[in-house]
Design a protein around this ligand. Structure first.
Ligand SMILES: C[S@@+](CC[C@H](N)C(=O)[O-])C[C@H]1O[C@@H](n2cnc3c(N)ncnc32)[C@H](O)[C@@H]1O
Length: 194
């Protein structure tokens, strides 16, 4: 993996996207927010790919739609619904999935991802993932409710069968103020279900 700066979970995720995502891939952003992560993926999959994006807030969907409208092709489907209902909208196998949890930067901090629904969504995403596909999850234990969410994710992922999934937990052990924790999951067996 080619990483320029190791100081930030999102830049590691973007480097992984560059490494893994190819034109024509099908990808999903479980929390589009201001659209930066789905934009990164939309450029990599090009006009032959497809990017699904979920968010529960109108503001997030509209901010993302505005950002993606600067692309000269439309390879995305934005869904204003909870990512816990992902299987209602997505049936095809996915190459790459990202969740940047918590609240919308510069938005309403009371509207944020929750342990219970995040767990449901990740379980469904694990089943939608293609063999060799990856999921990146950025969790924020420093936010209110964020520690509970991170522990639920850790518990879920630590129980995955190692014959089916590789699972990494990356944390910045010398950073102050509860830095984010990054989970990277790779499906290694096409029978791998959660
Ligand atoms: C940290 S932001 C995402 C940042 C975004 N990926 C970006 O590049 O700007 C988290 C987002 O999760 C959304 N969210 C909260 N609960 C959700 C749920 N159940 N399903 C989908 N999105 C949710 C919030 O509305 C918020 O916009």
């Amino acid at each position: 993996m080619k990483i320029n700066k190791l100081n930030n979970a999102i830049s590691i995720v973007h480097n992984l996207m560059e490494e893994r995502i190819r034109p024509g891939n099908i990808v999903l952003d479980g929390t589009v927010g201001n659209g930066n992560d789905i934009m990164y993926m939309s450029k990599l999959i090009g006009k032959t790919g497809k990017a699904y994006g979920f968010d529960i807030q109108n503001t997030a969907i509209e901010n993302t739609r505005k950002l993606l409208s600067t692309l000269d092709y439309k390879n995305f489907i934005l869904i204003k619904d909870g990512h816990e209902f992902v299987d209602k909208y997505v049936e095809e196998p996915l190459d790459f999935i990202v969740y940047n949890l918590g609240y919308l930067p510069r938005g309403d901090k009371t509207i944020k991802t929750k342990a219970h629904t995040t767990k449901i969504s990740i379980e469904k995403s694990l089943n939608l993932l293609k063999r060799d596909g990856m999921i990146c999850i950025v969790a924020y234990p420093g936010h209110e409710g964020g520690m509970e969410e991170q522990l639920v994710i850790q518990d879920l992922l630590s129980r995955l069968n190692q014959k089916n999934f590789n699972v990494l937990e990356l944390k910045f052990i010398n950073q102050k103020n509860s830095p984010p924790i990054l989970y990277i999951i790779q499906k290694i067996n096409s029978n791998g279900v959660a």
